[in-house]
Design a protein around this ligand. Structure first.
Ligand SMILES: NC(=O)c1ccc[n+]([C@@H]2O[C@H](COP(=O)([O-])OP(=O)(O)OC[C@H]3O[C@@H](n4cnc5c(N)ncnc54)[C@H](OP(=O)(O)O)[C@@H]3O)[C@@H](O)[C@H]2O)c1
Length: 272
């Protein structure tokens, strides 16, 4: 019998694409998210596709107590794949960002991912099988002026997961970091980054999920989907930091029609 494939942040975007991909490969899927009604509908759809009973665990991953409940609930399920995908970004000059949103972002992107990795890796080591996929971003490779805290959370995911990769390397368990670039999901709109030059060209969520799945099956350490994303990551490692910072800030500046909004947010941030 196939073991479970678990996806956090499965209600939309890359997480949803992962969930459908697993269901098509006949895995029973466990969805984790906070919108119970959406998850309920999705589990019905995925059960039809996979022919297996799919379930969901509802919880807000910015809440440590709810993350703990999910980590405990997962103990009863043998897991083949676990995709730590849930996450979101905050955007704009640091001083203009909402403090509570930044706090919640760190809780979801960093704290919940760490806790769930701990719970799931232990289980995979015991069962001597399993693939953990942690979703970072190309932002993990470069500081992001106007996306400072978001990029820092993703740098954490990358560093943390690279270390885990090495720790489990000689075991039947694998750890893979998926580092997407701009992708067509709710992320751009929700964070506001969709207004920036970075998001002029985007990949499909299905393609990103497929690349992540394939890399996990091959036991790869890290995958950056898409030629332009790979090129950006290579270039930031060659160029001096002051040039990288200027270019990334330019790329993250809202495009022309949004200049007014940016000016307003800069004014608010610096109380001009
Ligand atoms: N799209 C991009 O350009 C891009 C680029 C690089 C990396 N990424 C990363 O890819 C991952 C998936 O994002 P996406 O692009 O697919 O965006 P998305 O469509 O906005 O999906 C994000 C998912 O995370 C969930 N989530 C957010 N906060 C949560 C919370 N407190 N508790 C539980 N679930 C929560 C969302 O659930 P709700 O529907 O309940 O909010 C949603 O299911 C994220 O880690 C993101 O940082 C995205």
């Amino acid at each position: 019998m196939k073991k479970y494939a678990v996806v956090t942040g499965a209600t939309s975007g890359i997480g949803k694409s992962f969930a459908v991909l697993f269901a098509r490969r006949k895995y029973p899927v466990i969805l984790i998210g906070r919108k119970a009604d959406v998850l309920e509908e999705m589990t019905k759809m995925l059960s039809r596709i996979s022919g297996k009973e799919c379930i969901y665990l509802a919880g807000d991953l910015s809440n440590a107590g709810q993350v703990e409940k999910i980590a405990k609930a997962l103990k009863k399920y043998p897991i083949s794949f676990f995709v730590n995908n849930a996450g979101f970004g905050t955007y704009g000059p640091f001083l203009g960002q909402n403090e509570k949103q930044v706090e919640d972002m760190i809780a979801v992107n960093v704290a919940a991912l760490t806790r769930l990795s701990h719970a799931v890796l232990g289980q995979m080591q015991k069962q001597r099988y399993g693939h953990l996929v942690n979703v970072a971003s190309i932002a993990a490779f470069m500081p992001n002026p106007y996306g400072s805290t978001y990029a820092a959370t993703k740098a954490y995911v990358r560093s943390f997961s690279e270390a885990l990769y090495q720790e489990v390397k000689n075991s039947p368990v694998t750890v893979t970091i998926l580092c997407p670039g701009p992708t067509k999901t709710n992320f751009g709109k929700r964070s506001g980054m969709g207004r920036s030059r970075f998001f002029v060209r985007m990949m499909s969520a299905d393609k990103v999920a497929w690349k992540g799945y394939r890399a996990a099956c091959l036991g790869k350490r890290c995958v950056v989907p898409g030629f332009l994303n790979k090129l950006s990551v290579a270039l930031v490692q060659i160029f001096p930091k002051n040039i990288v910072l200027k270019v990334v800030m330019w790329a993250l500046t809202p495009v022309k029609k949004y200049r007014k909004i940016r000016k307003l947010s800069l004014n608010r941030a610096f109380r001009l």
